[in-house]
Design a protein around this ligand. Sequence first.
Ligand code: MG
Length: 393
Amino acid sequence: MKITKIEAMVLRYQYEEGIADAQNYFSTRNAVIVRVMTDEGIEGIGEAACFGGPPETTKYVIENELQPLYVGEDPTNIEHIWKKAFDRTRQHGRGGIIMPCMSGIDIALWDILGKKAGMPVYKLLGGYSDTLEPYASSGFYTRSKDTEAIAAEVESYYKEGFNYAKIKVGRNPEVFLNPLPNMPFTEECRYTLEQDLERVEACAAVAKKYGKKLMVDANNCWTTYTAIQMGKKFQEMGVFWLEEPLHLDNIEGSIELAHALDMPVSGYESEGGGLYRFRDLITRHAVDIVQPDVIWTGGFTECKKIANLAHAHNMPCLPHVFSSAVSLAANAHFLASIPNQGILEYDRNVYPLRDELLVEPISIAEDRLVHLPQKPGLGIELNEETVKKYRVC
Ligand SMILES: [Mg+2]
């Protein structure tokens, strides 16, 4: 079998009211869906992360820079192809935009392998569990959401049956070195550290009332001392984990933080540098919970190695999931394949590209679990009506 063509398409959803984390403001959400074609007529689907940049650029890199390296290769020689692309883009890649583009293609290659073998991807990767417990990931800042509203939102997830919910913190202009002033929509949804403590306290009280867990996510905006100060208060409130509190390059700070807190520090989804960068986070104990994303940091091929390394250090590996249904399916297959697993991030923001992109969506069953698709490959099929509705190029 040979790869004949690689295509990427950009889908975009426009929010009526934007949502914000500590540094990003989403008035739209974009997904880059990758299709890999073969001479046997088997087609693979993947997704490439495009956070922080124009998705059109991601599409361009996949089709113009990477496609020539893959066409003509046997799509089942996945390790060989991965290393070839990594080596050939060395001076231009090792992270940045290249790794997410390679991720999207890698996911599609595993989808092809699964379709050829007649097995679901998570089984090909080793198969650890057939179901996953989802956690409600939301609690973004919006213009209209005050402390009472965020607490009510969290309560709605617990009432619905989620045992875990995660909210955003960290959009605090008062923190030195904060990237926020340089980000788009910097004036939107600004909060003081004191207000963040109030929000978390209100949500933690709800979690306690229901006997459930609350996590907080600071999206890389705090200094080491801010994260230690806030983290100590959060852990007194019973917060279950503190996610991505520090700048990506502040590994020394993350080591100090992880040692200063009893509460686990989790991260770093935005580390698109693959195994070598995660090696430093893991072996130096800069995190307690490891959170790669298969659409961002090298696909299944690289994330499986990251998970294995985390396992060797007795750390859970719980992927980041915040994009279309293809990303949800891929990360679910990854999580279901590893033994050092846990809960599945399940975005609760309004997002039709998660709910309507597949003919059979990855949804929560009556038993409150996500059941892995049993069809070959990722076991998914794009809903072409939805593609048509949201496709921009
Ligand atoms: Mg996160």
